[in-house]
Design a protein around this ligand. Structure first.
Ligand code: C2E
Ligand code: SIN
Ligand code: SIN
Ligand code: FE
Ligand code: FE
Length: 375
């Protein structure tokens, strides 16, 4: 009675998305051995950036890949048509100027099936099916692959939407408490993108996959959630904090961790894969590379990489923004201080990536400029 093994049973597990994608891929490959690669890319409409998110197969020619969607004509056509696209001979793209197309071709793929993913009518990414063989995606095959494409899409939506709910509830809590410190709105938009930029730059060295990079991006806006517990007269003080006030201010790191643990319990997300990234960001973003930080005085590699990344993103944005207690610095001034802090307070690899990608930093600043409140 129980002889049949459900090849997709793992989809209901607590495994991360890549494991789930691998299991769908394995199930599909039993029927279609030529299906060599399945990959998913996620779209950020606010910056028009399309990023590799998950990839299952022998090679990941697009690891840490990111591009402007508006620059990929062939992908834009798919969204305009709101239909999947079959290319049974990728040679037609050989002269394509788009980097993505070239990389897929250079990795030896000869055919592709690309499905756009929609959630509540909004485009949010692509699923790519690729084969090393030409002419494999017949109508018959596509009819059988389609439900799997939707399965992948729904699995991603399900995973990301619980995180979105969590983020929205934190935002609501802040709004309701009028905890309107300077860390609202555009500060969080910018610093989370600096964090993503740094994460991508140190990914090879620290073994971060694209799913982890995306989690660092999504979670970094919560780094200061513990400031909800800091009284306004300290948080919004127009001048320098005295020692006692700063001691109290420092408790925001531990408070943030506690608050996040409570929320994860309430939302039943405590065992969500990658959720330690969130805990570590809230608790450890003021630890210093040389051990002089708080709350624990951890040092170097004992500080999780996500916390070291967020520290650099946070300090850089704090410096280049106006705060109740300081004016905004120029990028040159801020980079100069980061250089000074590199290896002391801040992780040198993370500082180097940020400073080395000035054009992208400035683009983020253009996209997410100061709002009228100076946030
Ligand atoms: P924040 O405003 O988000 O600043 C984050 C971090 O950026 C600071 O962590 C610090 O490492 C760096 N940073 C910001 N502005 C400056 C600056 O002018 N010079 C230098 N060298 N570094 C800067 P830190 O110091 O642990 O402070 C944590 C939080 O405490 C700050 O978050 C802010 O909310 C509050 N805070 C710190 N100093 C003052 C202050 O003098 N007055 C007031 N009202 N709040 C302060
Ligand atoms: C990003 O989305 O990571 C960068 C933002 C931008 O390119 O404008
Ligand atoms: C494209 O860039 O549209 C072609 C590459 C692919 O289908 O993965
Ligand atoms: Fe903080
Ligand atoms: Fe901050």
């Amino acid at each position: 009675m129980f002889d049949h093994e459900d090849a997709l049973g793992g989809l209901g597990s607590n495994a991360d998305l890549l494991v789930k994608l691998d299991s769908v891929h394995a199930a599909l490959r039993e029927r279609f051995p030529f299906l060599d690669r399945i990959a998913c890319a996620i779209y950020d409409p606010r910056t028009d950036s399309l990023r590799n998110f998950l990839s299952s197969g022998p090679e990941t020619p697009l690891a840490h890949y990111q591009a402007k969607l508006s620059e990929s004509k062939s992908l834009l056509e798919i969204i305009e048509a709101r239909r999947p696209r079959v290319v049974n001979d990728l040679a037609i793209f050989r002269d394509g100027r788009h980097d993505h197309t070239r990389k897929i071709g250079a990795a030896g793929y000869r055919a592709s099936y690309t499905m756009p993913m929609y959630s509540r009518g909004e485009f949010f990414g692509f699923v790519f099916f690729n084969s090393f063989e030409q002419d494999v995606f017949s109508d018959e095959v596509l009819h059988q692959i389609d439900p799997f494409g939707h399965l992948i899409s729904l699995t991603i939506i399900h995973d990301l939407s619980s995180l979105r709910t969590l983020l929205a509830s934190v935002k609501t809590a802040r709004d309701m408490m009028h905890a309107r410190d300077s860390e609202t709105g555009s500060h969080l938009d910018r610093m989370s993108r600096y964090a993503r930029l740094i994460a991508r730059g140190v990914a090879e060295r620290h073994g971060l996959d694209d799913e982890t990079i995306e989690h660092i991006f999504v979670f970094s806006p919560l780094h200061d959630v513990g400031k909800i517990g800091i009284p306004d007269d300290i948080l919004l003080k127009a001048g320098k904090l005295n020692e006692a006030e700063f001691e109290q201010m420092k408790s925001h790191a531990g408070k943030g961790r506690e608050l996040i643990d409570v929320m994860l319990g309430n939302f039943d997300l405590a065992k969500q894969p990658h959720i330690d990234v969130l805990r570590n960001i809230a608790e450890l973003h003021h630890e210093a590379y040389d051990g002089s930080g708080y709350p624990h005085g951890r040092k170097g590699a004992d500080i999780p990489i996500e916390a070291r990344i967020v520290a650099v993103a946070d300090v850089f944005d704090a410096l280049t923004s106006r705060r109740p207690y300081k004016e905004a610095w120029s990028n040159d001034e801020a980079f100069a201080l980061l250089r000074q802090l590199s290896g002391a307070k801040l992780d040198p690899d993370c500082v180097e990536v940020l400073i080395g990608n000035r054009a992208e930093v400035e683009e983020i600043q253009r996209c997410f400029g100061e709002d009228p409140l100076g946030a």
